[in-house]
Write a new protein. Structure first.
Length: 244
Protein backbone atom coordinates (compact mmCIF):
# COMPACT_ATOMS: atom_id res chain seq x y z
CA UNK A 1 0.00 0.00 0.00
CA UNK A 2 2.82 2.42 0.89
CA UNK A 3 4.57 1.74 -2.42
CA UNK A 4 1.36 2.46 -4.34
CA UNK A 5 0.86 5.71 -2.45
CA UNK A 6 4.44 6.80 -3.16
CA UNK A 7 3.97 5.96 -6.84
CA UNK A 8 0.80 8.04 -7.08
CA UNK A 9 2.37 10.91 -5.14
CA UNK A 10 5.15 10.97 -7.72
CA UNK A 11 2.73 10.67 -10.63
CA UNK A 12 0.60 13.63 -9.45
CA UNK A 13 3.73 15.72 -8.90
CA UNK A 14 4.79 15.05 -12.53
CA UNK A 15 1.44 16.01 -14.06
CA UNK A 16 0.57 18.85 -11.68
CA UNK A 17 0.60 21.48 -14.43
CA UNK A 18 -1.91 19.70 -16.67
CA UNK A 19 -5.58 20.66 -16.64
CA UNK A 20 -7.89 17.71 -15.97
CA UNK A 21 -11.25 19.48 -16.27
CA UNK A 22 -11.63 19.53 -20.04
CA UNK A 23 -11.40 15.75 -20.42
CA UNK A 24 -13.96 13.45 -22.06
CA UNK A 25 -14.92 11.94 -18.70
CA UNK A 26 -15.42 15.27 -16.92
CA UNK A 27 -17.44 16.53 -19.87
CA UNK A 28 -19.65 13.43 -19.62
CA UNK A 29 -20.24 14.08 -15.91
CA UNK A 30 -20.95 17.79 -16.34
CA UNK A 31 -23.50 17.04 -19.07
CA UNK A 32 -25.40 14.69 -16.74
CA UNK A 33 -25.00 16.41 -13.38
CA UNK A 34 -27.68 18.93 -12.36
CA UNK A 35 -26.30 21.75 -10.20
CA UNK A 36 -29.75 22.30 -8.66
CA UNK A 37 -30.44 18.64 -7.91
CA UNK A 38 -26.97 17.23 -7.28
CA UNK A 39 -24.86 20.09 -5.89
CA UNK A 40 -26.87 23.01 -4.43
CA UNK A 41 -27.36 22.46 -0.70
CA UNK A 42 -26.02 18.90 -0.98
CA UNK A 43 -23.34 16.83 0.67
CA UNK A 44 -21.03 16.03 -2.26
CA UNK A 45 -18.06 13.67 -2.33
CA UNK A 46 -15.51 13.48 -5.10
CA UNK A 47 -13.39 10.43 -4.50
CA UNK A 48 -10.02 10.63 -6.27
CA UNK A 49 -10.15 14.39 -6.77
CA UNK A 50 -6.71 14.51 -8.38
CA UNK A 51 -5.35 18.05 -8.59
CA UNK A 52 -8.74 19.56 -7.78
CA UNK A 53 -9.99 20.74 -11.19
CA UNK A 54 -13.49 19.28 -10.83
CA UNK A 55 -13.67 20.17 -7.12
CA UNK A 56 -12.93 23.78 -8.03
CA UNK A 57 -15.65 23.72 -10.70
CA UNK A 58 -18.24 22.40 -8.23
CA UNK A 59 -17.12 24.79 -5.50
CA UNK A 60 -17.65 27.80 -7.76
CA UNK A 61 -21.01 26.60 -9.14
CA UNK A 62 -22.83 25.08 -6.18
CA UNK A 63 -24.50 27.15 -3.46
CA UNK A 64 -24.46 26.28 0.24
CA UNK A 65 -23.15 22.82 -0.51
CA UNK A 66 -20.68 20.86 1.58
CA UNK A 67 -18.05 19.36 -0.69
CA UNK A 68 -15.53 16.68 0.32
CA UNK A 69 -12.57 16.17 -2.03
CA UNK A 70 -10.58 13.02 -1.36
CA UNK A 71 -7.63 11.27 -2.96
CA UNK A 72 -5.36 8.33 -2.16
CA UNK A 73 -2.34 10.55 -2.86
CA UNK A 74 -1.45 13.23 -0.31
CA UNK A 75 0.40 15.12 -3.07
CA UNK A 76 -2.89 15.34 -4.99
CA UNK A 77 -4.77 16.48 -1.87
CA UNK A 78 -2.28 19.32 -1.34
CA UNK A 79 -2.54 20.41 -4.97
CA UNK A 80 -6.36 20.30 -4.83
CA UNK A 81 -6.47 22.30 -1.60
CA UNK A 82 -4.20 25.00 -3.04
CA UNK A 83 -6.26 25.20 -6.23
CA UNK A 84 -9.69 25.45 -4.59
CA UNK A 85 -8.79 27.74 -1.70
CA UNK A 86 -7.36 30.32 -4.11
CA UNK A 87 -10.41 30.26 -6.41
CA UNK A 88 -12.59 33.34 -6.76
CA UNK A 89 -15.54 31.86 -4.82
CA UNK A 90 -14.25 29.22 -2.38
CA UNK A 91 -17.03 27.09 -0.92
CA UNK A 92 -17.16 24.79 2.09
CA UNK A 93 -14.68 22.18 0.88
CA UNK A 94 -12.81 19.69 3.03
CA UNK A 95 -9.78 17.81 1.74
CA UNK A 96 -8.86 14.35 2.98
CA UNK A 97 -6.60 11.48 2.07
CA UNK A 98 -8.82 8.45 1.45
CA UNK A 99 -8.82 5.00 -0.12
CA UNK A 100 -11.75 4.38 -2.48
CA UNK A 101 -11.88 0.78 -1.23
CA UNK A 102 -12.42 1.86 2.40
CA UNK A 103 -13.92 5.35 2.65
CA UNK A 104 -13.89 6.72 6.19
CA UNK A 105 -17.46 8.04 6.04
CA UNK A 106 -20.67 6.77 7.55
CA UNK A 107 -23.06 4.87 5.33
CA UNK A 108 -25.91 6.85 3.73
CA UNK A 109 -24.05 10.12 4.37
CA UNK A 110 -23.57 11.73 0.92
CA UNK A 111 -26.17 13.09 -1.51
CA UNK A 112 -23.88 12.97 -4.54
CA UNK A 113 -20.74 10.92 -5.22
CA UNK A 114 -18.45 11.60 -8.18
CA UNK A 115 -15.67 9.21 -9.17
CA UNK A 116 -13.88 9.74 -12.50
CA UNK A 117 -11.42 7.30 -14.14
CA UNK A 118 -10.33 5.92 -10.78
CA UNK A 119 -11.48 2.43 -9.87
CA UNK A 120 -9.30 0.91 -12.61
CA UNK A 121 -6.29 2.12 -10.62
CA UNK A 122 -7.12 0.50 -7.24
CA UNK A 123 -6.33 -3.11 -6.26
CA UNK A 124 -10.01 -4.14 -5.94
CA UNK A 125 -12.28 -2.06 -8.21
CA UNK A 126 -15.42 -4.00 -7.25
CA UNK A 127 -14.81 -3.20 -3.57
CA UNK A 128 -14.52 0.47 -4.54
CA UNK A 129 -17.94 0.33 -6.26
CA UNK A 130 -19.47 -1.16 -3.10
CA UNK A 131 -17.96 1.66 -1.02
CA UNK A 132 -19.28 4.34 -3.37
CA UNK A 133 -22.75 2.82 -3.03
CA UNK A 134 -22.45 2.42 0.74
CA UNK A 135 -21.76 6.11 1.48
CA UNK A 136 -24.55 7.30 -0.84
CA UNK A 137 -27.87 8.30 0.75
CA UNK A 138 -31.15 6.81 -0.48
CA UNK A 139 -32.21 9.01 -3.38
CA UNK A 140 -28.63 10.14 -3.94
CA UNK A 141 -26.79 9.73 -7.21
CA UNK A 142 -23.44 8.29 -8.26
CA UNK A 143 -21.55 9.66 -11.27
CA UNK A 144 -18.93 7.06 -12.18
CA UNK A 145 -16.62 7.03 -15.18
CA UNK A 146 -14.29 4.17 -16.09
CA UNK A 147 -12.38 2.95 -19.12
CA UNK A 148 -14.26 0.58 -21.40
CA UNK A 149 -11.88 -1.75 -23.24
CA UNK A 150 -14.44 -3.15 -25.67
CA UNK A 151 -12.90 -1.08 -28.46
CA UNK A 152 -9.55 -0.92 -30.28
CA UNK A 153 -7.57 0.11 -27.20
CA UNK A 154 -8.68 -3.12 -25.51
CA UNK A 155 -7.41 -5.06 -28.52
CA UNK A 156 -4.14 -3.14 -28.30
CA UNK A 157 -3.80 -4.14 -24.65
CA UNK A 158 -4.21 -7.76 -25.70
CA UNK A 159 -1.54 -7.32 -28.36
CA UNK A 160 0.89 -5.85 -25.83
CA UNK A 161 0.28 -8.75 -23.46
CA UNK A 162 0.91 -11.32 -26.20
CA UNK A 163 4.18 -9.60 -27.08
CA UNK A 164 5.31 -9.48 -23.43
CA UNK A 165 4.89 -5.75 -22.91
CA UNK A 166 3.01 -3.96 -20.16
CA UNK A 167 0.18 -1.50 -20.73
CA UNK A 168 0.10 1.61 -18.59
CA UNK A 169 -2.01 4.78 -18.55
CA UNK A 170 0.56 7.58 -18.41
CA UNK A 171 2.77 5.63 -16.01
CA UNK A 172 0.17 4.73 -13.38
CA UNK A 173 1.13 1.55 -11.47
CA UNK A 174 -2.29 -0.22 -11.54
CA UNK A 175 -4.34 -0.44 -14.76
CA UNK A 176 -7.17 -2.98 -14.56
CA UNK A 177 -8.84 -4.18 -17.76
CA UNK A 178 -12.44 -2.96 -17.31
CA UNK A 179 -15.49 -3.33 -19.53
CA UNK A 180 -18.51 -1.03 -19.22
CA UNK A 181 -21.05 -3.91 -18.98
CA UNK A 182 -19.04 -5.50 -16.14
CA UNK A 183 -18.76 -2.22 -14.21
CA UNK A 184 -22.50 -1.62 -14.59
CA UNK A 185 -23.16 -5.13 -13.29
CA UNK A 186 -21.09 -4.26 -10.20
CA UNK A 187 -23.09 -1.04 -9.77
CA UNK A 188 -26.39 -2.96 -9.87
CA UNK A 189 -25.20 -5.67 -7.46
CA UNK A 190 -24.10 -2.90 -5.08
CA UNK A 191 -27.80 -1.97 -4.82
CA UNK A 192 -27.97 1.01 -7.16
CA UNK A 193 -30.35 1.63 -10.06
CA UNK A 194 -28.73 2.79 -13.29
CA UNK A 195 -30.51 5.78 -14.77
CA UNK A 196 -28.14 6.89 -17.55
CA UNK A 197 -25.16 5.59 -19.49
CA UNK A 198 -22.97 7.17 -22.15
CA UNK A 199 -19.51 6.87 -23.65
CA UNK A 200 -16.99 9.10 -25.38
CA UNK A 201 -13.69 8.62 -27.13
CA UNK A 202 -13.03 6.35 -30.10
CA UNK A 203 -9.31 5.99 -30.61
CA UNK A 204 -6.84 4.42 -33.01
CA UNK A 205 -3.94 2.80 -31.09
CA UNK A 206 -0.52 3.56 -32.48
CA UNK A 207 2.55 1.72 -31.07
CA UNK A 208 5.13 4.02 -29.53
CA UNK A 209 2.91 7.08 -29.29
CA UNK A 210 -0.39 8.17 -27.67
CA UNK A 211 -3.54 6.86 -29.39
CA UNK A 212 -5.16 9.08 -32.00
CA UNK A 213 -8.69 10.33 -31.28
CA UNK A 214 -10.87 9.56 -34.31
CA UNK A 215 -14.34 10.51 -33.00
CA UNK A 216 -15.29 11.79 -29.56
CA UNK A 217 -18.99 10.88 -29.59
CA UNK A 218 -20.97 8.53 -31.81
CA UNK A 219 -24.44 7.13 -31.16
CA UNK A 220 -23.70 4.14 -33.37
CA UNK A 221 -20.40 3.35 -31.68
CA UNK A 222 -21.57 4.05 -28.13
CA UNK A 223 -20.87 0.50 -26.77
CA UNK A 224 -17.23 0.85 -27.80
CA UNK A 225 -16.31 4.30 -26.44
CA UNK A 226 -13.21 4.20 -24.24
CA UNK A 227 -14.58 6.52 -21.53
CA UNK A 228 -17.82 5.14 -20.06
CA UNK A 229 -20.19 7.08 -17.79
CA UNK A 230 -22.61 5.36 -15.45
CA UNK A 231 -25.13 7.48 -13.52
CA UNK A 232 -26.91 5.50 -10.82
CA UNK A 233 -29.34 6.26 -8.01
CA UNK A 234 -29.66 4.62 -4.61
CA UNK A 235 -33.30 3.54 -4.16
CA UNK A 236 -35.23 4.84 -1.18
CA UNK A 237 -35.74 2.22 1.50
CA UNK A 238 -39.39 1.74 0.63
CA UNK A 239 -38.49 1.08 -3.02
CA UNK A 240 -35.72 -1.31 -2.04
CA UNK A 241 -38.04 -3.25 0.25
CA UNK A 242 -40.76 -3.46 -2.40
CA UNK A 243 -38.34 -4.87 -4.96
CA UNK A 244 -37.35 -7.82 -2.74
Amino acid sequence: MGESRDAYDGWHARVAGQSALDTPWHRLVRESLSIERDVDGRQVLEIACGRGDFAEWCATHGRSSVFAAADFSMAAVRLARARVLTSAQPARVSFVQADAQAIALAGDSMDTVVCCETIEHVPDPRAAVRELARVLRPGGRLFLTTPNYLGPIGGYRGYLRLTGRRFTEEGQPINHFLLAPLVRHWVRTAGLRIIRTATAGHYLPFPGRPPILLIERSRWLDPFGLHALTVAEKPCRAEAAASR
